[in-house]
Write a protein that binds this ligand. Structure first.
Ligand code: DGP
Length: 114
């Protein structure tokens, strides 16, 4: 089932897009939890982590990590470090069922997460 992120991919609703390629899109989270909070998503509709199959999606996931590294450098958070997060399902705190990787940085993160 399509989500609000499909509308962002199709440019039907606005988003602060910071990176786009044929396969992925990255835009600023509407409710940022850190000075830098970007969502990196595949353009194809994969609901959540449990729908990822290594052989099929390995290149796509690699591209998402490449984008995170590129954006982290651009936003000057690469040296201090950052956090990449996939929330999966109810206990994982997932709200939008279109796969997305959170890139969080610009402050010291706590562990364990809440
Ligand atoms: P998660 O809880 O992992 O499913 O995170 C979903 C994130 O998506 C949440 O941090 C808020 C963000 N979000 C939800 N709707 C929109 C939207 O319409 N635009 C943007 N930019 N972010 C959104």
């Amino acid at each position: 089932m399509s989500t609000i992120f499909s509308k962002i991919i199709n440019k039907e609703i606005p988003a602060d897009i910071v990176y786009e390629s044929e396969n992925i899109l990255a835009f600023r989270d509407i409710n940022p939890q850190a000075p830098v909070h970007i969502l990196i998503i595949p353009k194809i509709e994969i609901p959540k982590v449990t729908n990822i199959y290594g052989k099929e999606h390995a290149v796509l996931l690699g591209e998402m990590i490449d984008a995170a590294n590129k954006l982290a450098k651009e936003m000057n958070i690469a040296d201090d470090g950052f956090r990449l997060v996939f929330n999966c399902g109810n206990h994982g705190g997932q709200e939008v069922y279109h796969l997305h990787m959170h890139l969080l940085g610009g402050r010291k993160m706590k562990w364990p997460p809440g």
